[in-house]
Design a protein around this ligand. Structure first.
Ligand code: CO8
Length: 266
């Protein structure tokens, strides 16, 4: 199935569409801060790439050398009412949930500041690669607010409650190396190698059996919200479903025939 979603009218995102698609948040003058329009463009883009069978993996990065995403746009936060703030947070959470549950690997290529909503965006991705120069953190506390794109939840799940509370309450930025030590990013690479590394990893994941990839992401993400025994039943059901795919037959046959498998996504 190819997608009919039209991405020609995007103003704040650059899209490279292919088996490995690249989304670049492109508001470098404000360090790629996420305003309402950018979040809406992200929502439309994720849905389009999700429904495009030709797309097997996605990389998300920020324009310029300085910043991945420096957070939600503080100009908008400064004037929000309580009711609008709640809606804003719910809408942002929805967009990041779409990324987390897209069913395809999404790699955050963190090329600089990933603060507030930027760190939350990176945490919603399947995997995170940071450049040595990246800085990550949840500085909302310094603005007198709290994270609203599920940062309190994803950070605690990724690095544990104690470490999450320290980052959330101090608002301190951590270096890429420290983020790696905490388990907040998967890899740290020299700045000049970031996009190559992200594209190569995305291409590797894009070559795997797409249904199995989707079920692994589902089993981990949805399973984390279940009891262990419920999650085991869920895993077993997905295991049974994946056994109905051509790709399972191809993968097991290729092993026995000592050749590389060719997965088709069926
Ligand atoms: N929003 C709007 N503009 C921004 C943002 C932002 N998040 N970050 C930077 N900018 C702008 C600056 O205002 C500046 O604009 P100008 O050139 O017009 O003065 C330009 O980008 C360049 O920034 P700086 O001059 O500040 O660059 P520095 O190198 O001196 O500093 C920093 C870089 C440290 C990244 C600094 O810009 C900074 O601290 N930015 C804010 C980081 C932050 O607090 N982020 C969290 C925002 S809150 C949030 O994300 C909540 C998410 C959930 C919301 C839920 C809905 C309710």
């Amino acid at each position: 199935m190819t997608s009919s979603h039209n991405l020609d009218t995007l103003e704040n995102l650059l899209i490279e569409r292919g088996a490995v698609s690249v989304i670049t948040v492109n508001r470098p003058k404000v360090l790629n801060a996420l305003n309402t329009q950018t979040m809406d463009e992200l929502r439309r883009t994720i849905l389009a790439l999700k429904h495009d069978a030709g797309v097997r993996a996605v990389v998300i990065t920020g324009a310029g050398e300085k910043s991945f995403v420096a957070g939600a746009d503080i100009n908008e936060l400064a004037v929000q009412t309580p009711a609008a703030g709640r809606e804003h947070a719910l809408r942002g959470q929805h967009v990041l949930d779409l990324i987390e549950n897209m069913g395809k690997p999404v790699i955050a290529a963190i090329n600089g500041y990933a603060l507030g909503g930027g760190c939350e965006l990176a945490m919603a991705c399947t995997l995170r690669i940071a450049s040595e120069t990246a800085k990550l953190g949840q500085p909302e506390i310094n603005l007198g607010i709290i994270p609203g794109y599920a940062g309190t939840q994803r950070l605690a799940r990724l690095v544990g409650g104690g470490r999450a509370l320290e980052l959330l309450l101090t608002g301190d930025q951590v270096t890429a190396q420290e983020a790696y030590r905490l388990g907040l990013v998967n890899r740290v690479v020299p700045a000049g190698e970031l996009m190559n590394e992200a594209r190569t990893l995305a291409a590797t994941l894009a070559s795997k059996a797409p249904v199995a990839v989707r079920y692994i992401i589902d089993a981990v993400n949805k399973g984390l919200a279940m009891t262990f025994s419920e999650a085991e039943v869920f895993e077993a059901t997905l295991f049974g479903l994946v056994a109905s795919t051509d790709d399972m037959r191809e993968g097991t046959r290729a092993f026995l025939e000592k050749r590389k498998p060719e997965f088709k996504g069926t």
